[in-house]
Design a protein around this ligand. Structure first.
Ligand code: PMP
Length: 430
């Protein structure tokens, strides 16, 4: 038990009271003591179609016996190409190309590198500045933590990427608490990009990266019109707009992507998680055709010298193809659409419970913000997490915010069970 250095975990506390999952099927995990645990978080936001989908399991099994590995440097394998075509169709051909990675973090760092190289290929090498956002989470690569806006993830590492600036976050409890869906107040915060442009000049700025809905910092939903404004300003100043859809992609908003939900199109999109239904690690960067074309058309013949041994791994490609089939055959997104009002009603049923200072909800995502115990930030929500697990439901906490993101194949009775237990736990919290 002692040798595994666990990621994003209170290691000392965990070893005193471990939680071990040994199997999963549908919307449940089974823990090592044989208890069923209702999965209120789709693993780590990554299992939209539910666990152990037979088609995905079979596809991975078949591929491992047929082609366990194949390089994608200077050669390839048919499944990687087939998947790329299917992914383009899945985005309604809003993108022209896809670059495979193994994780969301790698997708983010790939997208940032692409943005820098894109401007260089076009003859604007001075565009090197990257703009992120406070309270943004973009994985743990050096690029991702640099554009990310979580102090705790940055402060231990000293030097980060130079030339990075941040937009302000849009979270505002005074103006927007308990809003259902997109809050009214805050679209003007996108105009902060004008301030940054005025300070540094547009000719030095390569890209802006934001999560359409910030997940890991507690479900921060963009104010009405905010993303559209950001899009307009990026277009005006020749800055690439990157949406990090690692959690919002693949049905989480009851639409294929958040860009569909908000009707705002980025130039690049990072994805992972639901791309393979969480089964085999994989990430992907989607780019508009013009980004790829800038390399192909560059007078100097610049290529993107970048890639991973496991870019387009056969098992990941097989898992992703099967995932897309499951989405279609089981009409997963339509199911999520049918569920989202019931989900929102359940979220807002917690409104008058003790400690609840905000509720946020969009698609099949919810954020429940609790008042912190004075002098002990995060302790109240962490206690709720541990109690919930003991009571057979998996929730996720970040600071004093509970974030929920169930598999999209949840049924109403699962929502009832999740919120019934959560309400009991909140009522009993100190
Ligand atoms: N971007 C966002 C928006 C994420 O939510 C995450 C993971 N939660 C990542 C990037 C990083 O993905 P990974 O953990 O697969 O590297």
């Amino acid at each position: 038990m002692g040798a595994f250095w666990m990621p994003f975990t209170n290691n000392r506390d965990f070893k005193a009271s471990p939680r071990l999952l040994v199997s999963a099927a549908g919307v449940h995990y089974t823990d090592i003591d044989g208890n069923q645990v209702l999965d209120g978080t789709a693993g780590l936001w990554c299992v939209p179609c539910g666990h152990a989908q037979p088609k995905i399991v079979a596809a991975v099994r078949e591929m491992v016996g047929k082609l366990d590995f194949a390089p994608t440097f200077q050669m390839g394998h048919p499944t990687a190409f087939e998947l790329a075509e299917k992914l383009m169709a899945y985005t309604n051909h809003k993108f022209g190309h896809v670059f495979y990675t193994n994780s969301g973090s790698e997708a983010v760092d790939t997208a940032l590198k692409m943005a820098l190289a894109y401007h260089r290929a076009r003859g604007e090498p001075a565009r090197t500045r990257l703009i992120g956002r406070e309270r943004g989470y973009h994985g743990v690569g050096f690029g991702g933590i640099s554009v990310g806006g979580i102090a705790g993830n940055r402060k231990q590492y000293g030097a980060l990427l130079p030339g990075v600036d941040h937009l302000p976050h849009t979270h505002n409890l005074e103006k927007n608490a308990f809003t259902r869906g997109e809050p009214e107040y805050g679209a003007h915060l996108a105009d902060e990009l004008e301030r940054i442009v005025a300070l540094h000049d547009a000719s030095t700025i390569a890209a802006v990266i934001v999560e359409p809905v910030a997940g890991s910092t507690g479900v921060l939903i963009p104010p009405k019109g905010y993303l559209k404004r950001l899009r307009e300003l990026c277009t005006k100043h020749g800055i690439l707009l990157i949406f990090d859809e690692v959690i919002t992609g693949f049905g989480r908003m009851a639409t294929p992507f958040a860009s569909d939900y908000f009707g705002v199109e980025p130039d690049m999109m990072t994805t992972a998680k639901g791309l393979t239904n969480g089964t085999v690690p994989m990430g992907a960067v989607f780019t508009k055709g013009f980004v790829y074309d800038a390399f192909m058309d560059s007078p100097a013949g610049i290529e993107l010298f970048h890639g991973y041994t496991y870019s387009g791994h056969p098992l990941a490609c097989a898992a992703s193809l099967a995932t897309l089939e499951v989405f279609e055959e089981q009409r997963i997104i339509e199911h999520a659409k049918g569920l989202q009002d019931y989900w929102a009603d359940a979220v807002y049923s917690l409104k008058d419970l003790p400690h609840v200072i905000d509720l946020r909800c969009i698609g099949l995502i919810a954020g429940i913000e609790l008042a912190p115990i004075p002098g002990k930030p995060g302790v109240r929500a962490y206690t709720a997490f541990k109690k919930a697990f003991a009571d057979g439901v998996l929730i996720r906490v970040t600071g004093d915010i509970i974030a929920l993101s169930p598999p999209l194949v949840f049924e109403k009775q699962h929502i009832d069970e999740l919120f019934g237990k959560l309400a009991k736990i909140l009522k009993a919290l100190d």
